[in-house]
Design a protein around this ligand. Structure first.
Ligand SMILES: [Cu+2]
Length: 509
């Protein structure tokens, strides 16, 4: 089915209103339901899942240090919207089919409120997973202004729950950010970019079988999912009317497996001001911005002098990344029409300096961990991805000490790039370096074959998700804390995360 481009206006998710607020806490309640929503005017309304009746979910906006309490509730039907593969870890027939748990991606949060994959709950909390600890989550938001997002994280069905629609923005604001005079209000727009495919009747299409089907199974997980349309804020290929002035956009790749290489067809620069973890030291003017699944870029685009122009936000990333088929590239994201009259003089700025970014030194690390990214074959002949050769259920091996700094070597032995996400903390990218994969596989020693490559300009800020390229060792550095307890780290390509590129880790005292 071919849908027309740029016929629907970009929706902006509503900002969630708190139930109440006292001097100590702000209280929210967020309910998950199934409903129908128009994702494109040429399609019948599509059955989706969402938070508070909205896909994507409403944007949660909090102040740095504000103590927020959220009761996430599940009012979803008993039957999943998409076909479940019961052979995938945590999704066997011994658990209810529809389970949910919410993770605020990038949040520094106590372990009981982090949305552990086995802390799931069903409709009305009727059944809960073995690691369920509390109904009401608490977020201290002791973080600087940054672009976070919340999404489902249930073991074995995260790919399906997020694809069904369970994702939204979570923005932290602070005083320093406000002093910068960035474009704000109606000139600050969050953009969650996701790829989907549709059936003729308008329903969501998600494959039941990989390209090489597994005849023993009615439904089998696929190695990766790539949709043939791009949605922004829940609309297929939308358009946005703007004034000839500066705008701030929060770009979020909320796709299952697809990477994006964003570019404006006007050739103009995109000024990146922030990474996953907040504002960078200086803005950087970029011709292209690459975002792996779950990565964010906070950017300013200046439409002054573009009056009357239609500008297309393009994508040039192959799928899978980086060596995928050119026919899998969906090259259009959305259109920006500079058609609105300028309401008032644009006094916002692209700051020349934002805030200090103290570089962490390798010497401060008390531990180094060598962790491989591996590809194996399961008993059905399917691809299974592992972290350090282990699946989800293997004994825990990573026990960083609270307050300690570690360097992790992400040693990619597979053919794909993997966006690696670590819960609880933000890290810095130290460097990347090509190495000999074959020698490593045989002898478990890293023999470097290329020079040290510094992080990309767009990564020079706090990160919670890093792209680990094939044939490279990607090194990151971080300090664990302030909380102790059980968290996870994983690949954020959701098909990989579900099978089984995810591991628990414990921050110890
Ligand atoms: Cu992966």
């Amino acid at each position: 089915m071919i849908l027309s481009k740029f016929v629907n206006e970009l929706p902006i998710p509503p900002v969630l209103k708190p139930r109440r607020k006292d001097q100590f806490h702000t209280y929210y309640k967020v309910n998950m339901t199934e409903f129908k929503q128009s994702l494109h005017s040429e399609l019948n309304d599509t059955k989706v899942w969402g938070y508070e009746g909205s896909y994507p979910g409403p944007t949660i906006e909090v102040e740095s240090g504000e103590k927020v309490v959220i009761k996430w509730t599940n009012n979803l039907p008993a039957k999943h919207l998409l076909s479940v593969d019961y052979t995938v870890h945590g999704a066997h027939l011994d658990v209810p089919e529809v389970r949910t748990v919410v993770h605020v991606h990038g949040a520094s949060v106590e372990p009981e409120s982090d949305g552990y994959p086995e802390a799931w709950f069903t409709r009305g909390f009727k059944q809960v997973g073995p690691y369920f600890r509390k109904k009401v989550y608490q977020y201290d938001n002791n973080m600087q202004a940054c672009t976070l997002w919340y999404h489902d994280h249930t073991l074995g069905i995260t790919r399906l729950n997020i694809y069904a629609g369970l994702a939204g923005f979570y923005l932290i604001r602070d005083h320093r950010e406000r002093l910068l005079n960035l474009p704000c209000g109606q000139y600050e727009i969050p953009l969650i970019i996701q790829d989907k495919s549709f059936n003729e009747d308008g329903s969501l299409f998600y494959p039941r079988q990989p390209e090489k089907p597994v005849p023993q199974l009615e439904t089998s997980i696929v190695p990766e999912f790539f949709g043939d349309t791009i949605l922004v804020n829940g609309k297929v290929w939308p358009f946005l009317n703007v004034e000839p002035r500066k705008y701030r956009f929060r770009l979020l790749n909320g796709s299952n497996s697809r990477f994006y290489r964003f570019k404006l067809d006007s050739g103009q620069l995109i000024y990146q001001i922030g990474t996953d973890g907040g504002l960078m030291e200086y803005p950087i003017g970029m011709k292209e911005i690459i975002l792996a699944p779950a990565e964010r870029a906070d950017v300013i685009i200046d439409f002054t002098n573009f009056e009357g122009k239609n500008i297309i936000l393009k994508n040039g990333a192959p799928a899978p990344f980086p060596d995928g088929e050119p026919e899998n590239v969906v090259d259009t994201v959305m259109e920006i029409r500079v058609t609105l009259p300028l309401l008032s003089i644009d006094t916002s700025v692209i700051p020349s300096y934002m805030k200090p970014f103290p570089k962490m030194s390798e010497q401060s690390a008390s531990k180094e961990r060598h962790l491989t990214l591996d590809e194996k074959t399961d008993k059905y002949g399917r691809e299974i991805m592992l972290l350090d050769g282990k699946g989800w259920g293997a004994p825990i091996t990573e026990y960083p000490k609270v307050g300690s700094t570690e360097v992790w070597y992400l040693i990619n032995l597979t053919d794909d790039s993997h966006p690696i996400h670590i819960h609880l903390i933000h890290f810095q990218v130290l460097d990347r370096r090509a190495f000999n994969v074959e020698i490593y596989k045989k002898e478990r020693v890293i023999q470097y074959t290329g020079p040290l490559m510094p992080p990309e300009p767009q990564e020079r800020g706090w990160k919670d998700t890093v792209n680990a390229n094939p044939n490279e060792v990607t090194r990151i550095i971080m300090t664990f804390g302030p909380y102790t307890g059980l968290y996870v780290w994983h690949c954020h390509m959701l098909e990989h995360e579900d099978y089984e590129m995810m591991r628990p880790y414990i921050v110890i005292r």
